[in-house]
Design a protein around this ligand. Structure first.
Ligand code: NI
Length: 135
């Protein structure tokens, strides 16, 4: 088994709010991130696919194919979007880095026709990232 990772960047705005909590609790838990006007991040996404090397091509997958799927399934959905308002999943789920990584997994996993999705790593800042392995 070998692991191939492709990196992509996107920018998006969000805010944190749980409608089941009072305004005071939302402010206490989420602080500045609770501002409904939102704020932006430059996210770095790393998608890792696991597979075997095809003896004919010497590759697990065609990296151009992975790039295309990433652009179609993730970047077109999230890049330069206000996540809370423009991405259906975040009408209900809070668009934290954790939940964005989970949503990216859900978008990508069914679209891969080669290897298996192994890990979504999403950086919110260069110093902060989450890893999601599908469960
Ligand atoms: Ni934020």
């Amino acid at each position: 088994m070998i692991y191939v990772t492709r990196r992509a960047e996107f920018s998006a705005a969000h805010f944190y709010h749980n409608p089941n909590l009072s305004p005071e609790e939302n402010r206490r838990i989420f602080g500045k991130c609770n501002n409904p006007h939102g704020h932006g991040h430059n996210y770095t996404l790393e998608v890792t696919v696991a597979g075997e090397v095809d003896p004919t091509t010497g590759m697990v997958l065609d990296l151009k194919d992975l790039k295309k799927i990433l652009e179609q399934e993730v970047l077109q959905v999230m890049d330069h979007r206000f996540l809370n308002k423009e991405v259906p999943a975040f009408a209900t789920a809070i668009p934290t880095t954790e939940n964005i990584a989970i949503e990216i997994w859900k978008l990508l996993a069914p679209k891969l026709s080669f290897g298996t999705l192994h890990r979504i790593r999403l950086y919110e800042t260069p110093d902060l990232f989450v890893d999601y392995y599908g469960e």
